[in-house]
Design a protein around this ligand. Structure first.
Ligand code: SF4
Ligand code: SF4
Length: 238
C-alpha cells in the first residue's frame, strides 16, 4: 500500500488503522513497505479525506502478503479468502480428521507482530521432522519449496504477513512430542503463535485428545464447533 505525499494533508486519520504500525506521520503520512503486510485495512477503513491512500501494482513475491493478510483476497489453493482451510476456520466438513488422528493448526503471527516466512519456516521444519504431511489445500503449503522438509521458497523468507497457518494431522499418541517440539522452537521465533488441536468427539469416551494434551503438560481451552448442516458434511467416512 502507498500514500501519495502530494495529496496527503497529514491529518493522521489512517495511522491507528494499521495493525502492524507501518504508517508513520510527519508533514505527511508514509508507509514503510517492508513492514506493510498489504492487509488493505488503511485503504478500506481509514476514510482518507483526500483519497491519498492507494494500492500500488504488486508483483510476486509481494502478492503473497495480500493473499495471506487481506481477507478479501481469494487464495486459489483453498478457494476461500484468508489463511486456512474450511476445516480449520469453521467446520470439519470433509472428514479429514480420522479416528486416532488429531488435526493440528499453528497460526504464526497476529496483528501487531505479524510474521515473516523465515519464522514460519522454523516451525514448519520442526514439524516436518515428524514426517507430517502439510495440508495441500492450505495456501501456506503451496508456498513451500519442499513440503517434506517444511522449507519455504527462498524469495519468500523475508515477506511479512499478518499471520500464516500451518495445517497437518498426526497420530494422537504423537501429540505430546509434537507439542514438546513446538515449545522448543518457540524461543527461536521472532513472533507469536497459537496452536489449535482438532479431533472427532467420541459419543462414549469424549474428546480423545485431552489425555495427550494433559500428558504434554500444556494449558488448553476446550472449544467446540458444531456443524449444523447446510448441505454438509461433504464426505462420509467408510
Ligand atoms: S495495507 Fe495494512 S499493513 Fe499496510 S499500511 Fe495499510 S493497514 Fe498497514
Ligand atoms: S488519512 Fe489520508 S490525508 Fe490523513 S494522514 Fe492518512 S493518507 Fe494523509
Amino acid at each position: 500500500m502507498q500514500i501519495d505525499p502530494e495529496l496527503c494533508i497529514g491529518c493522521g486519520q489512517c495511522v491507528p488503522y494499521c495493525p502492524v504500525g507501518a504508517i508513520s506521520l510527519g508533514d505527511s503520512a508514509a508507509i514503510d513497505l517492508d513492514e506493510c503486510a498489504e492487509c488493505g485495512c488503511c485503504l478500506r477503513c481509514a476514510d482518507c479525506p483526500v483519497e491519498a491512500i492507494y494500492q500500488q501494482e504488486m508483483e510476486y513475491p509481494r502478492t503473497v502478503r495480500s493473499i495471506l493478510s487481506d481477507p478479501l483476497t481469494i487464495a486459489t489453493e483453498s478457494g476461500i479468502s484468508g489463511r486456512g482451510t474450511e476445516e480449520m476456520k469453521t467446520n470439519e466438513v470433509t472428514a479429514r480428521f480420522k479416528e486416532g488422528q488429531v488435526g493440528v493448526g499453528i497460526e504464526v503471527g497476529r496483528p501487531v507482530s505479524g510474521a515473516r516466512f523465515k519464522d514460519v519456516e522454523k516451525i514448519a521444519q520442526a514439524m516436518a521432522a515428524f514426517g507430517v504431511e502439510f495440508e495441500v489445500c492450505n495456501p501456506t503449503t503451496s508456498l513451500m519449496s519442499d513440503p517434506a522438509t517444511g522449507k519455504f521458497k527462498d524469495e519468500l523468507l523475508n515477506e511479512k504477513v499478518l499471520s500464516a497457518i500451518l495445517e497437518f494431522s498426526v497420530p494422537q499418541e504423537t501429540l505430546p512430542e509434537v507439542l514438546g517440539a513446538l515449545k522448543a522452537v518457540a524461543g527461536k521465533v521472532d513472533s507469536v503463535f497459537t496452536v489449535c488441536v482438532a479431533c472427532k468427539a467420541d459419543a462414549n469416551e469424549g474428546i480423545a485428545s485431552y489425555p495427550y494434551l494433559d500428558k504434554a503438560g500444556v494449558w488448553y481451552a476446550p472449544n467446540g464447533k458444531t456443524n449444523v448442516g447446510l448441505g454438509r458434511p461433504l464426505a462420509k467416512e467408510a
